[in-house]
Every structure is written in structure tokens, then in C-alpha cells.
Design a protein around this ligand. Structure first.
Ligand code: APR
Length: 309
């Protein structure tokens, strides 16, 4: 049976997600936004590409959550971008309210859904969604690690002149300046990256990865990345819908894993039909472990700041 997937937020990330998922043709997509006509218009256009691209034009745009009833998966991309003069706390407050409100509606209309959070600041927004949803931790997942890892893998592929598909690597920790690209597990066709690149060059690539979102945003001037973020969401959705059990870096609520308790942090998870089926605990070098702990501290700071708003 076809799945029902609701994407909340018909902006750059949400609409691109909807399009990527429509092209999979395994689900009917419901796109929701508060801007009147925006989700309806984008979905009408999306449906009309069905006959050309080759998928069923069964998608719906909506201004409320009626159509989202019984969704199997919900993707939250709704949010306000950071505007000039807005402090980090202002953005936290606005997006906490948007994500909390959306999650409350989802809890009512789609109580069995697996929810993927995309809105930034990601780790804090996972908490906002988790609190409002009241779902088990297996069904609340943040998208960040796949995106950060894809940036890391792209830069390595360019550096070595090899196919990006042969570069394995992943990024753990919070989705911010403290993220931890895990160099010890990064390889090209199985060959450890440290055998292929000098430490100094690896460090430059790690830094470019940390600044990856800002680099795109600076070029765009208005708005932020959406092609790679939506591709990352689609990879997560594939793993859930098709029960692929991919091992992917995602923000998950840690409860003691990696000595992190009660925080959403990017960790390797096994994603399948039931959402997060396992948080994999891999051995890290001392430096990576302390990097992860430092990153968890900054997530904690953000979550504490949000709690005071
Ligand atoms: N309910 C539904 N939609 C909402 C709500 C709400 N309460 N509040 C805002 N929106 C919608 C806006 O109307 C807008 O169409 O969310 C959409 C956000 O789209 P964009 O501004 O284009 O932002 P986008 O680039 O898609 O990024 C969305 O993902 O990667 C993150 O940092 C990014 O937090 C941002 C989010």
C-alpha cells in the first residue's frame, strides 16, 4: 500500500523534499504551509509533472492538518529564517513556537507517524518537537548528519579526484560549529583517509565541512541550502519506507549512549520501518570522543537557553 507522507513547510527545503519523494512514487505526499495558496500551487505544479517524469499525481497541498491524518511519516521544515538583527535567542523563540505548534497538530492527527525534524537550530528543534509530540524516541529523528557527511564526502572526492560514491565518512555531534567529522572512520573504497591525505589538508576539509551551510548561504545571500538537505531527508525516508536498515548519522535522543543523557545529538543509527531501531555505539579516538562531548555541551546550552524563553 502507498504510504502517506506529510511535509510541513512549503518553502525551499519542504517543496524540494516533496518533489524528491513524489518522484519515488511510493507515497502520496501532503504539503502543508500557512501561506495561503503556496502548498496548493506548488503541489498542483508537482502533480502536473507526474505524467512526464512518471509518477502518480496523487499529492495534495493544504493549509491545515486534515489531509495529514494518519500519515506514516511527517517531515517538519516549517520555520522562520534568521533575519538581520535577529539574535540566536530570537530565532530559537520563533522556531520553538512554530515547531511546537506543528508537532502538537501532528500528535493529534498522525499519532503513529515517524517524525523527521529539519528546522534549525536542528538539535534544539528536535527537543521542541519531541516535547510537543510525546512520541517514543524511536519516532523522532533529526536530519543533519547525512547532510554534513555529504558535504565532507564531496570535498574529499574533489580533493582526490575520485567518485563521491566511493567516499565513506560521517559527521557526528550537533549540527553547528562543533560538529565532529569522524576522520578515523573515513575511507575511500576502504582505504583510510589518513593514508591518502596529509593531516593538515584533512583539517582544512573538516573546517570547510563545519562551515558548509554558511558557505552556501553566503553565495545565495537570501535563503539557505535546500538541494542537499532535501536529498538527505529523502535518504532517511527511503530507509524507513523500504525498511532498508541503513546506518546513517541522524540526531537521536541519547539516553546514556556516548555518555550523553537526555539530549538530541548526531549519532550513527539503524533506520528501518520502526524508525530508529538502534543507536550504534562505535569506538572513537580520544580526540573524537572529547569533540563529541564538547558538541553535546553546546547542544545542552542551546536547549537550556530555549527552556528559559
Ligand atoms: N506552519 C506551516 N508552515 C510554516 C509555519 C507554520 N506554523 N511557519 C512558517 N511556515 C513556512 C513558511 O511559510 C515557509 O514557506 O515554513 C516555510 C519555510 O520555508 P523557507 O523560508 O523557504 O525555509 P527553507 O529554506 O525551506 O528552510 C526551512 O530548514 O534547513 C532548515 O534552516 C532551515 O530552518 C530552516 C528550514
Amino acid at each position: 500500500m502507498r504510504q502517506k507522507i506529510t511535509v510541513v513547510g512549503a518553502g525551499q527545503v519542504g517543496a524540494t523534499c516533496a518533489q524528491r519523494l513524489a518522484e519515488r512514487d511510493y507515497a502520496d505526499v501532503v504539503l502543508v504551509d500557512i501561506v495561503e495558496g503556496l502548498p496548493q500551487g506548488k503541489v498542483l505544479d508537482m502533480n502536473q509533472s507526474g505524467p512526464i517524469v512518471g509518477y502518480e499525481p496523487n499529492h495534495t497541498g493544504a493549509g491545515d492538518y486534515e489531509e495529514a491524518s494518519g500519515s506514516d511519516i511527517v517531515i517538519i521544515t516549517s520555520g522562520s529564517p534568521r533575519k538581520p538583527g535577529m539574535s540566536r535567542d530570537d530565532l530559537l523563540e520563533v522556531n520553538k513556537s512554530i515547531v511546537g505548534d506543528v508537532a502538537g497538530q501532528i500528535a493529534e492527527k498522525a499519532p503513529d507517524a515517524t517524525v523527521i525534524v529539519v528546522t534549525n537550530p536542528l538539535d534544539a528543534m528536535c527537543h521542541a518537537a519531541y516535547d510537543a509530540l510525546g512520541f517514543p524516541r524511536q519516532r523522532v529523528i533529526g536530519m543533519a548528519g547525512i547532510l554534513d557527511s555529504a558535504r565532507f564526502r564531496t570535498f574529499i572526492a574533489w580533493e582526490l579526484g575520485v567518485s563521491a560514491r566511493d567516499v565513506t565518512g560521517f559527521v557526528l555531534g550537533g549540527h553547528g560549529d562543533t560538529m565532529v567529522p569522524v576522520v578515523s572512520y573515513t575511507s575511500v573504497a576502504g582505504v583510510p583517509i589518513r593514508q591518502l591525505l596529509e593531516d593538515e589538508r584533512i583539517e582544512e576539509i573538516v573546517q570547510r565541512t563545519r562551515d558548509g551551510g554558511a558557505e552556501v548561504g553566503k553565495l545565495l545571500q537570501t535563503g539557505s541550502a535546500f538541494y542537499a538537505p532535501s536529498a538527505a531527508v529523502a535518504e532517511m525516508v527511503d530507509s524507513i519506507v523500504l525498511d532498508q536498515k541503513r546506518i546513517l548519522p541522524c540526531a537521536a535522543l541519547c539516553q546514556g549512549e556516548y555518555d550523553i543523557d537526555g539530549l538530541f545529538v548526531g549519532v550513527p543509527v539503524r533506520l528501518g520501518h520502526d524508525g530508529i531501531e538502534e543507536i550504534l555505539q562505535i569506538e572513537l579516538t580520544d580526540e573524537e570522543r572529547s569533540g563529541l562531548s564538547h558538541s553535546a555541551d553546546s547542544v545542552r546550552e542551546l536547549v537550556d537557553a530555549m527552556a528559559k524563553l
